[in-house]
Design a protein around this ligand. Structure first.
Ligand code: ZN
Ligand code: ZN
Length: 588
């Protein structure tokens, strides 16, 4: 795009003097039109995707359950085609930076819809795509409206459940065995929402008894439809099930749509292999340095990988007690803030506090930590740092978890999830409001930023021992182990889908080269066999942000300022790094 600008303005200088100004500056007229277009577009989007709308906090269409049949797909295809045409009426060069990135993100999304229905066709082979339980569960769990209004919509929405699963059965052709099993487990597992959870909500409701009976009757029909779908899947004659591996061609295309990276899938795979090698070299140096301090009576194994693993295992035993896990996180947040201020790394907005809380019951079971941010329709809502609890876990499982999120990794996790990772990025993205970026936000940019900040904090001396300005070797070693995780996620995802990597090879790879425990490796195998490309987003976004920073450092020399870089980078909102890069390089 930088090139395009130069060509256009050069051409105009010689041929059409009066047009030149228009090309060079954003046109208020075009931008006003584009803003109007976006507004209308979003309204129609929610009408066509009511479930998505409810999920993002727009509750006008809560009572509607879309039936996923051919007619609906035709409607969505026509919608994306019409919008591609609408986009063509705008002159990109006259749009502001904010609108420009919105434009490209929309265009990408419309093209992806076309590709998804015409080529990828997961609606045929992924039975787990059909599950109503989550949407209904949200209606009971979230207090966005009075319980009775939510139950009224719940009741209306129930009307289409049978037709929904009938359409699902019509769609499914030669599904993968893995997604079939997942669909059975998740649908049966989720169905209790229509009995236990619903009944509990009904007892609290002030609706009439007649109404309650009607709701229960429809809920019973819904349970029957779900159970029937699960049995239908179990009995499906599918002797030559489709492979869950999508193959090189589809993987590369999906990577382009989902990540919108400046790199291709092949390039990012090569970069990940290279990065893994570099990490191993650095880890060995640190292991040799730390060995005498922790294991002086033991001979270091000849096998370098084994030596690194032993060192990591020793450091992992330093961790908090189970009952102070949340407290440790709460205590660390102000320390992170203080460190960032002292080192002048990025401006933090003190008016938007982060609330650390025990994860709410409806999220339970996911473990670990996550950020719940207010959606585009609830901007003033709190941001929560959800911390998992160990309810129902046995001692061994808790110990293994605490070793994974040990003294060092827990700090890196807080950087990633909270400050200056996801939470900080979110505050910046709310300052450059774009409904499009709130809806279509680029996952690789969001994850990439969080992964980038982990390194950036350590580079600036976070995790130093007393009296030192540099992060300690212990911290670096554990950081590298953590960074290996996202690096190997990319290698694994790519290798499974495009190079036929099998389960045994995958587990060996994760345990031997990424130093993971068997349980973690098995969980990752499962995730990689049920998803495609998403596991590449962390490493890809991180690599692109890091590369952009180094490129700007070279270009700006002494004038480069880290804090200014961070704030400028985040000011574009959750746009693909590739687009932010073009805009930032153009200005420098
Ligand atoms: Zn322990
Ligand atoms: Zn993250």
């Amino acid at each position: 795009m930088k090139k395009l600008f130069i060509i256009i303005s050069c051409f105009c200088l010689v041929s059409c003097n009066n047009k030149e100004i228009k090309h060079k500056t954003a046109s208020p007229d075009q931008n006003a039109h584009f803003d109007k277009y976006k507004e209308t577009f979003v309204e129609s989007l929610w009408r066509l995707y009511p479930g998505w709308a409810s999920g993002i906090g727009y509750h006008k269409y809560d009572s509607i359950l879309t039936i996923p049949n051919q007619q609906n797909r035709d409607k969505l295809l026509a919608f994306s085609k019409a919008n591609l045409d609408s986009l063509k009426t705008f002159d990109i060069n006259k749009l502001s930076d904010n609108n420009k990135t919105d434009y490209y993100m929309l265009e990408n999304s419309f093209n992806e819809t076309q590709w998804s229905f015409n080529t990828f066709k997961s609606y045929e082979w992924n039975p787990a795509a059909y599950n109503v339980c989550g949407e209904f569960a949200e209606m009971l769990a979230n207090n966005y409206d009075s319980l009775d209004i939510r139950l009224e919509n719940f009741y209306l929405k129930l009307n289409n459940v049978s037709a929904y699963y009938e359409a699902a059965k019509q769609n499914i052709k030669n599904p993968t065995a893995e997604h079939t099993q997942l669909a059975i487990d998740q649908n049966i597992g989720g169905a209790s929402i229509f009995s236990t959870d619903l009944n509990e909500a009904l007892t609290r409701s002030k609706l009439s008894d007649e109404k309650k009976i009607e709701i229960k009757a429809r809920a019973t029909t819904a349970i029957e439809a779900i159970t029937d779908y699960a049995s239908w899947l179990k009995q499906l004659e599918n002797k030559e099930a489709r492979s869950f591996r999508i193959g090189a061609e589809l993987f590369k295309k999906k990577f382009e749509f989902d990540i919108m990276s400046g790199y291709s899938a092949d390039q990012i795979y090569e970069k990940a292999l290279e990065h893994k090698k570099e990490l191993h070299v650095k880890m060995l140096v640190l292991t040799k340095e730390l060995w005498p301090k922790y294991l002086k009576d033991k001979k270091m194994p000849e096998d370098n990988m084994l030596a690194i693993r032993e060192m990591i295992d020793v450091l992992s035993t330093k961790h908090v007690k189970p009952d102070s896990f949340q407290l440790a996180i709460e205590k660390q947040i102000p320390e992170l803030v203080e460190f960032i201020k002292r080192n002048d790394l990025i401006t933090l907005d003190p008016t938007k506090p982060l609330v650390v809380r025990k994860e709410p019951a409806y999220m339970a079971g996911t473990a670990g930590a996550s950020i719940s941010s207010p959606g585009p329709y609830d901007k003033n809502g709190n941001t929560y740092y959800n911390v998992g609890s160990f309810g129902g876990w046995d001692k061994a499982r808790i110990e293994s978890y605490l070793r994974e999120y040990n003294h060092y990794i827990l700090q890196i996790l807080n950087i990633h999830e909270a400050i200056p990772g996801h939470y900080t990025q979110l505050i910046y993205s709310n300052q450059s409001p774009s409904i499009i970026k709130s809806i279509f936000g680029n996952g690789a940019m969001v994850e990439g930023w969080a992964v980038y900040t982990e390194l950036m904090m350590l580079e600036n001396g976070y995790g130093a021992s007393a009296g030192s300005a540099q992060a300690s070797p212990e911290m670096w070693l554990m950081y590298y182990k953590w960074n290996l995780r996202s690096t190997c996620n990319t290698i694994l995802d790519y290798s499974i889908h495009t190079k036929n990597l099998n389960k045994e090879e995958a587990l060996n790879f994760l345990m031997n080269e990424a130093f993971q425990q068997k349980a973690e490796a098995e969980g990752k195998w499962k995730r990689a066999s049920l998803s495609q490309v998403q596991l590449c987003s962390y490493f890809t976004g991180y690599t692109e942000i890091y590369d952009l920073r180094e490129e700007l450092k070279k270009k700006q020399g002494d004038k480069f300022n880290l804090k200014a870089f961070h704030e400028k980078f985040l000011s574009y909102g959750s746009a693909p790094v590739k687009l932010i890069r073009e805009l930032m390089l153009k200005e420098n």
